[in-house]
Design a protein around this ligand. Structure first.
Ligand code: ADP
Ligand code: MG
Ligand code: MG
Length: 199
């Protein structure tokens, strides 16, 4: 069973990974975006970690809804509302239970990913975070490690794609040949999940 402490560990590990990789994320956002993805997420997850430390929620659902709210209110870029929706929706699905099973978490995250796809209108192949989110959530029933590896593969697979959503889509065919920054940060999110699980 997964408790609030597990979900706080996940968010803290994500904040550390985003902080460590912020420059790389911003570099990826330079040729096909506006060079702010790393700083956007660093600001957002720093706020998430601070909020969780200040007033630690005691249910998994409350941890994720608080994290999602922080991302939405502190990140100006497209990624804020998208990751915010992912975590808020997943948290809402988990309800008020003190502990959730891995299967319940996988179902909740599926609803979260669906909410992201609905909000952003992206489908797999559009060269967005959805290209890493979809394979990760599909592998979650196997293991957290498998989900993290699927997310990393999904991010790498965005390189040859032509962007159809987000800023990169303004470049049309010139967006090909670059890895999507949001899919790359999604791989960090799932690597942090495997880390939190000790997987
Ligand atoms: P902005 O583009 O507003 O500067 P960020 O740089 O923080 O925001 O985030 C860019 C990332 O957001 C992209 O790499 C992509 O993965 C993701 N993204 C952008 N638009 C969409 C969308 N409509 N659906 C899904 N993901 C999107
Ligand atoms: Mg950007
Ligand atoms: Mg921006």
């Amino acid at each position: 069973m997964l408790d609030a402490e597990f979900f706080r560990r996940w968010m803290t590990a994500t904040a550390a990974a985003v902080d460590r990789e912020a420059e790389r994320l911003t570099e990826l956002d330079s040729p096909i975006g506006d060079a702010d993805h790393g700083s956007n997420l660093r600001r957002g997850f720093t706020a998430v970690a601070a909020a969780l430390e200040k007033d630690p929620p005691d249910t998994p659902g409350a941890v994720l809804t608080l994290a999602g709210r922080q991302l939405i209110s502190t990140v100006g870029g497209a990624s804020g509302p998208l990751y915010g929706t992912l975590l808020r929706r997943t948290g809402k699905e988990l309800g008020e239970a003190a502990e959730v099973s891995e299967a319940q978490f996988a179902d909740a995250l599926r609803a979260g990913v669906d909410a992201v796809a609905k909000l952003g209108g992206a489908v797999p192949g559009d060269k967005t975070m959805v290209d890493a989110l979809e394979p990760a959530v599909a592998e979650l029933a196997t293991s957290f490690r498998a989900a993290a590896e699927a997310a990393a593969r999904g991010a790498e697979a965005t390189v040859p794609l032509i962007a159809r959503k987000g800023r990169a889509s303004y470049l049309g065919e010139r967006s090909a040949g670059h890895q999507d920054p949001g899919a790359t940060s999604t791989a960090l999110l799932f690597a942090a999940l495997a880390e939190a699980a000790g997987d």
